[in-house]
Ligand binder design. Structure first.
Ligand SMILES: *[C@@H]1O[C@H](CO)[C@@H](O)[C@H](O)[C@H]1NC(C)=O
Ligand SMILES: *[C@@H]1O[C@H](CO)[C@@H](O)[C@H](O)[C@H]1NC(C)=O
Length: 152
């Protein structure tokens, strides 16, 4: 039987997407990168199980501070932070199956989409995008992701 990840890899190759070759983790383990998450007391950066990694809701911080700039800069930083977490888990944005985008204000939807659309590899993951009443901190955006971990 052809494995799911090899199907995805073939599809991405056909689509002309550069497929990263990360070193996968085998056991069920926490991903301890805390970039843009609540930190070790409340969460792990992500958790892996059965070849899938589930990230925490990740916010636009860099070196512990919210990034300067509006929704565009914040969206780019969240995508970057999730990329670092995925890398520790042995995968990358190329293998993300699903994202959930939480916006503090739906007025930022179009601007968020322009950055999201440009930075994420295609084909794009499945996605849910919603406005929430409020995010912790003064964050405009938080994103969580579910990704497959490719076989080595
Ligand atoms: C972020 O933190 C790292 C490690 O402490 C430091 O080397 C780097 O200069 C910092 N970057 C900025 C832009 O503050
Ligand atoms: C959302 O953004 C719009 C446009 O900037 C602004 O008019 C509105 O007050 C904001 N809503 C909230 C709840 O902050």
């Amino acid at each position: 039987m052809v494995s799911f990840s090899s199907i995805i890899t073939s599809f991405l190759l056909v689509a002309g997407v550069v497929v990263a070759k990360p070193v996968p983790k085998t056991a069920e383990v926490p991903v301890v990168t805390y970039l843009g998450t609540q930190g070790p007391i409340l969460s792990s950066g992500a958790w892996t199980s059965k070849g899938i990694v589930y990230t925490s809701g990740t916010v636009p911080t860099f070196n512990g501070s919210i990034v300067a700039g509006g929704i565009e800069a914040q969206t780019a930083q969240v995508i970057k932070n999730i990329g670092v977490i995925l890398e520790e888990a042995g995968t990358s944005w190329d293998y993300v199956l699903k994202t959930t985008v939480f916006l503090a204000n739906m007025s930022d939807y179009t601007a968020m989409n322009s950055v999201y659309g440009a930075l994420l590899p295609s084909p794009k993951p499945a996605r849910t995008a919603v406005e929430v009443g409020k995010l912790p901190g003064a964050f405009l955006i938080e994103i969580e992701a579910i990704a497959a971990i490719p076989e080595s």
